[in-house]
Design a protein around this ligand. Structure first.
Ligand code: ZN
Length: 136
């Protein structure tokens, strides 16, 4: 049964975003491509998780209580790569947004690596991003 607060989500987002939002509670739109919800990774009574979507369809999660994105996605049964729509074949020649995307993968991967939390296929994806960006 749904609680009386029906989901008021502008479902304009990508498949990734829809999937993330459907796993969260008390989802509320807070602006264009921005939502907030209760963080699934900690005991969150007042929505402290900010969700946004970039123009490339990448879903960004930020818990103000300090949960990591990795924690949040694994709590709802997803993986980091589920936040990125561009998991398919690379297109001909990197566009600006593709490079931006790789930078994001790299940044997230790097911070997880530093925390010793980079695992499985995320490691491969991280190295791919590194390679594509030409980072040593
Ligand atoms: Zn949290």
């Amino acid at each position: 049964m749904m609680n009386n607060q029906q989901r008021q989500v502008a479902l304009t987002g990508s498949a990734c975003l829809d999937k993330v939002l459907s796993c969260l509670e008390k989802v509320k739109s807070t602006g264009a491509n921005k939502w907030k919800a209760c963080c699934p990774a900690h005991d969150d009574k007042h929505p402290s998780l900010a969700i946004s979507e970039t123009s490339e369809g990448v879903v960004l999660l930020k818990c103000w209580a300090g949960c990591t994105t990795q924690n949040i996605v694994s709590t709802i049964g997803m993986e980091l790569r589920d936040l990125f729509p561009g998991n398919t074949q690379p297109r001909r020649g990197p566009s600006k947004s593709a490079i931006e995307h790789e930078r994001m993968v790299y940044r997230i991967g790097k911070s997880l690596l530093e925390q010793g939390k980079l695992e499985g296929s995320d490691i491969e994806r991280f190295h791919l991003a590194k390679q594509r960006l030409g980072v040593k």
